[in-house]
Design a protein around this ligand. Structure first.
Ligand SMILES: [Zn+2]
Length: 176
């Protein structure tokens, strides 16, 4: 399993008793392929003994970059899969422009240029990963900008044609 903290992607074990977490953490610390093994107590553990987990990271920067990319890609894929069902509405909150997103699951989230109120953003935003809502919103804004740029280009061509026509002394729109 993987979890994402501000300093990147970490591996995490399942919940185990403290002595097992301790010996696993020692094992990981002795392996040059991994960094920073920490034993952490889970706040959600229901079992009286199995309440500990170990988190650790790959030591290699290349491997870390690969894991981050894979986490980014997951959200891009999710946005491709279900993003077309999201509805975005522009709104104002305390004088700031925000986007309200009505998600596929029926939840409503509020987005700004670099935040979203969904639980995933809270977890992965600090590591520079965009949640699926931000991915989809940015795709739509890019599409919209693309459309406007095309419209502006077409308008500019018409303006040039009309200028040329009036320079030749003919009436734009006149029929011959
Ligand atoms: Zn989100």
């Amino acid at each position: 399993m993987e979890i994402i903290l501000e300093n990147g992607v970490h591996y995490r074990t399942r919940l185990v008793p403290l002595y097992r977490a301790g010996s696993f953490a020692r094992c990981v610390s002795g392996n040059a392929r991994f960094d920073g093994a920490y034993v952490v107590e889970s706040r959600q553990a229901k079992h009286p003994l199995r309440r500990w987990l170990v988190i650790y990271q790959p030591a290699s920067d290349t491997r870390q970059a690969f894991l981050l990319d894979r986490q980014r890609q997951k959200r891009i894929d999710k946005a491709t899969e279900e993003g077309r069902y999201y509805q975005f509405m522009l709104d104002k909150e305390g004088g700031v422009l925000v986007w309200r997103c009505h998600s596929a699951s029926g939840e409503e989230y509020t987005l700004t240029a670099n935040s979203c109120t969904c639980p995933d953003h809270e977890q992965v935003g600090g590591a520079g990963i965009r949640c699926k809502h931000r991915v989809e919103l940015e795709n739509r804004l890019a599409e919209e900008r693309g459309r406007r740029a095309e419209d502006a280009w077409v308008d500019a061509q018409w303006a040039r044609i009309e200028d040329a026509e009036s320079a030749w002394g003919c009436d734009p729109g006149a029929e011959f």
